[in-house]
Design a protein around this ligand. Structure first.
Ligand code: ZN
Length: 477
């Protein structure tokens, strides 16, 4: 995979750019012979591991990781009426063991409420057992009938982080919803991805939930990508699965629950938000290689240069930096191309002139060039990596800010959703949302918007003129 295979399509042609970049940067191979299932290349998998380590580190502060089975008996899956209705068209079924039909069909988990809650029924006994906060990172399966797309719309979601909590009261569960939103914000901050938090309309909430809070970001083409959801489940599932606890007065009470999830769409967001015409641009927090060292070995001092590069690699490695020396026998330009495609935040160039000057030349993935003194190189590189993260955050915020418009009428909305998302006053009535959606061919995504890019908004509903508040409207993936 090198420049002989032609240039990456411009990012302006987002869909073509995205598809090409996935294999050129060795993230995913889409040639697996089952529709909607993709293969992680080792480089993509290393990125995945780093991203999920960030998420794990945040969750591990007060959650515990566990692992529940992939197979869910039909009898459990069918228990919660709304929940099964929401998923029945998407479930894969295991119907046979060898050649014998199974007595009870087994579903491949589309999500794990019905795998986890029968166990919560056994585990929760007293108020002293609460709260319970578990999560798992697993694959899950959905028979998608829409156009599938790597990392975005899959039949095997390979990296579903799902957390499931149990609380004594509705209010405790609501506090956990707030805590989960805070965690997700911190997670996306670490990836330099700005997010918009909103409450999904009632008809778009998780099947079986009281309400759903969604985390969206805006893709390069202006469409939104849902990259996390947090659900207040109320006592719907605890009543279905009989999850009860004895309160301090010795009375049996139904528990209250939440669940919240993030899939590999978080990686799709990293790739799409930061990448450019030359390939990936990765935040240092998750880049599999943070620093690539390219020895400039022209002329007689080749051995000396290679030795200096190896020494620098060792010193950065000891400082905990993910670093690689590229000593392949190819021209430096080909190496630059290779590491740029893979989004490596910093490239260090070491040549005879750098050695003589007691310095190292540093070029960021976005082309900023500077020199760092050889003495104190570790600190200089750490500062450069932090600076690079800050630049990515600023760029991404600028992208999101310029793709949101605050509008007051259907005419303005119609123009705005061609370029990005819009916020328009809406009274909360379904028929008005239907009218808005049909008028502009976009969706009412949420209300109670929490975003530093969007001021609180009130005004007459764009459809009926009654008092309304800001609703997020856009076209989503
Ligand atoms: Zn209205």
């Amino acid at each position: 995979m090198d420049d002989e295979q032609g240039a990456l399509p411009a990012k302006e042609d987002f869909s073509a750019w995205y598809n090409e970049l996935l294999w050129r940067a060795e993230i995913m191979d889409v040639r697996y012979p089952v529709k909607g299932l993709y293969v992680w290349f080792p480089f993509g998998f290393a990125l995945r591991r780093n991203v999920y380590n960030e998420l794990r580190a945040l969750l591990d502060c007060d959650h515990q990781e566990a692992l529940f089975p992939l197979l869910i008996p039909e009898t459990e899956l069918a228990k919660e009426g709304e929940h099964i209705k929401g998923f029945e068209d998407e479930v894969y079924w295991v119907t046979h063991g060898g050649t014998s039909p199974l007595d009870v069909k087994l579903a491949l988990r589309p999500t794990s409420e019905c795998a986890i809650y029968p166990m919560y029924h056994l585990w929760v006994r007293s108020h002293a057992d609460l709260p319970i906060k578990l999560y798992q990172i697993v694959n899950s399966f959905r028979y998608e009938t829409k156009h599938t797309r790597p990392l975005i719309r899959l039949r095997e979601i390979t990296s579903f982080k799902e957390a499931h909590t149990v609380h004594a009261t509705w209010e405790d569960a609501e506090r956990q919803v707030g805590e989960a939103v805070r965690l997700y914000r911190a997670f996306y901050d670490s990836l330099s991805i700005p997010v918009i938090i909103s409450k999904r309309p009632d008809w778009d909430k998780f099947p079986g939930a009281d309400y759903t809070i969604a985390v969206d970001t805006i893709m390069p083409d202006g469409r939104t990508l849902q990259i996390g959801t947090v659900h207040h489940l109320g006592d719907h599932f605890s009543k279905t699965f009989s999850i009860t606890y004895e309160d301090i007065n010795g009375e049996q009470q139904f528990a209250y629950q939440t669940c919240y999830g993030i899939s590999e769409r978080c990686i799709a967001a990293v790739i799409s938000m930061h990448g450019d015409d030359r390939g990936l641009v990765l935040p240092p927090s998750v880049a599999p290689v943070q620093v690539a060292i390219v020895p400039i070995t022209i002329g007689k001092r080749k051995e000396e240069v290679l030795a200096a590069a190896a020494e620098i690699e060792q010193c950065l490695c000891a400082a905990g930096i993910r670093v690689k020396v590229d000593s392949r026998e190819i021209r430096p330009g080909a190496k630059y191309y290779y590491w740029e495609m893979r989004g490596v935040p910093l490239r260090l160039e070491v040549g005879p002139r750098d050695i003589d000057a007691g310095q190292v030349t540093v070029v960021t993935r976005l082309g900023e060039k500077s020199a760092i003194p050889r003495a104190g190189l570790e600190d200089g590189v750490c500062t450069a990596l932090a600076g690079f993260s800050a630049v990515l955050t600023k760029r991404a915020e600028e992208h999101v800010r310029t793709h949101i418009q605050i509008v007051a009428s259907i005419e303005e909305l119609s123009a705005a959703v061609e370029k990005g998302v819009a916020v328009i006053p809406w009274c909360g009535k379904r028929e008005c949302a239907d009218f808005i959606e049909e008028s502009v061919n976009a969706s009412v995504l949420g209300t109670e918007i929490r975003s530093e890019f969007i001021p609180g908004q009130t005004g007459p509903c764009a459809a009926c003129g009654r008092e309304g508040t800001g609703a997020l409207v856009g076209r989503s993936y």
